[in-house]
Design a protein around this ligand. Sequence first.
Ligand code: 3PG
Length: 215
Amino acid sequence: MDTSIFDHFHAVGVIPVLEIDSAAHAVPTAEALSAGGLPIAEVTLRTEAGLDSIRNIARRLPDVLVGAGTVINLKQAQAARDAGAQFLVSPGMAEDVVIWAVKNQIPVLAGAVTPTEIMRGLNLGLTLLKFFPSETLGGLKAIKAISDPFPQVRFIPTGGIRLDNLAEYLRMEKVHAAGGSWMAKRAMIAEGRFEEIQRGAEEASEIVKLRNPIF
Ligand code: 3PG
């Protein structure tokens, strides 16, 4: 698997999780995020426009790392790859998706929140896992407790992360990067509030810089 994309996740620090209702909004959203210091877009396949949004970003914005989120089956994984997704994110441990992604050298971030799920991920070759929904499951306290037996694992928590708890997440050693939708909520995208999205990305990247001063 090409894990250099995982290095980008760490360098950028925050992965915007996007729900896009019209593919026409994909490029301006990704441009706003990128201008604000977050050149990454996890476009979820929860909307009809998800795949076309990935395609538009992949074609038009080569400097933005675009991936597919909410990938829950193999068919979606293949369609996302064909649309130009450079990485895949799944809320849970979909083993067929992970096996296929590893075999096809596509970085995959799969969700694991119990020791059993973490062990499944490790046995499939993953050491970077998604922790979702983080705040509901106990946030940093839960990540710390579950990390103790698995020192080789790092997490990308999502779910309930916002500007006001981002710094605390990023300070934790086990947290590789954080994901979330707060800077580009579905309504903000649908209403074309791209300046606001850029400002939200800027605020988030200011916090990342405190952790990653060399990037
Ligand atoms: C995800 O898919 O990772 C979440 O929907 C992001 O959670 P948030 O909307 O609470 O940021």
